[in-house]
Design a binder for this molecule. Structure first.
Ligand code: HPA
Length: 271
């Protein structure tokens, strides 16, 4: 096993006691959800030798281990992005650490731009599938057979059965939930209006700069995954206004109560 993974597992596993069954990765502006975790234990990414570090504003950069609804969760408050310059294989590390800690179900969250013209900022979207348009893949390089096969199937990356339960959970929580395909661009630029026309023609409902590498790594090692996008803005060219990271963070903060309600219900009743 990769030495970085091994060291991180050594440091984190004593905090997990009976193992962590649930993984949670919180995206841009959504890190506040981690405050709800009970009996929190923290480990900064900077305290894990060789672990990739995020420097994006709005990302805390630490693992939070604790309990939610009587279940042990390992949460990443902030994630590393491909556009920060790391090869995507480095983005697989966190997911593989989770696998070694015992994680069976993973909730990936992100801020995304709305491509579907029926969406509005503030909408929550259940990711049904993705288009990896990032130009890379977290499984580039020699395959680590300890985690999964060389040519993994991708026909159920976002677990169909869990998705049906998430729709029910959203209904029970009274939170409306869109569903659609997430298309990953590398960033760090926002997309051009022409790229958004292309994304829509390709079948995407939302675009973003994250999540796909972790989802691929999770599917590879057999972790069942759910993805939730918070639509923070309509994607480029839809409205006559420029996009900004500040707008993304403000919209995420404004939706935080609804987002938390949905995540609570997913962890309580689906995971
Ligand atoms: N594009 C890419 N990533 C994003 C966007 C967007 O419009 N909004 C939030 N993250």
């Amino acid at each position: 096993m990769n030495e970085v993974i091994e060291r991180a597992v050594e440091i984190l596993s004593p905090l997990c006691k009976g193992g962590c069954q649930i993984g949670l990765i919180l995206g841009s502006g959504l890190g506040g959800y981690a405050e709800k975790i009970e009996n929190k234990r923290f480990v900064s990414y900077s305290d894990l030798p060789g672990f990739p570090q995020s420097r994006v504003e709005g990302h805390k950069g630490r693992f939070v281990v604790g309990e939610l609804f009587g279940k042990t969760v390992v949460c990443m408050q902030g994630r590393v992005h491909y556009y920060e310059g790391y090869p995507q294989s480095q983005l697989a590390i966190a997911v593989r650490v989770m696998k070694r800690l015992g994680v069976e179900k993973l909730l990936l969250t992100n801020a995304a731009g709305g491509v579907n013209l029926g969406f509005a900022p503030g909408d929550l979207m259940l990711i049904s599938d993705h288009i990896n348009f990032s130009g890379s893949n977290p499984l580039f390089g020699p395959n680590d057979d300890d985690f999964g096969p060389r040519f993994p199937d991708q026909s159920n990356v976002y677990d169909r059965e869990l998705r049906a339960k998430v729709r029910e959970a959203a209904k029970a929580a009274g939170v409306s939930l869109q569903e659609g395909v997430y298309m990953m661009f590398s960033g760090p630029t926002f997309e051009t209006p022409a790229e958004i026309v292309f994304a829509r023609a390709a079948g995407a409902s939302a675009v973003g700069m994250s999540t796909v590498p972790e989802a691929i790594a999770a599917a590879h090692c057999g972790i069942r995954t759910i993805g939730i996008s918070l639509i923070t803005n309509m994607a480029a060219g839809i409205l006559d206004q420029p996009l900004s990271h500040e707008e993304v963070q403000e919209a995420a903060a404004a939706a935080s109560v609804r987002f938390a309600k949905l995540v609570d219900k997913i962890i309580e009743t689906v995971f």
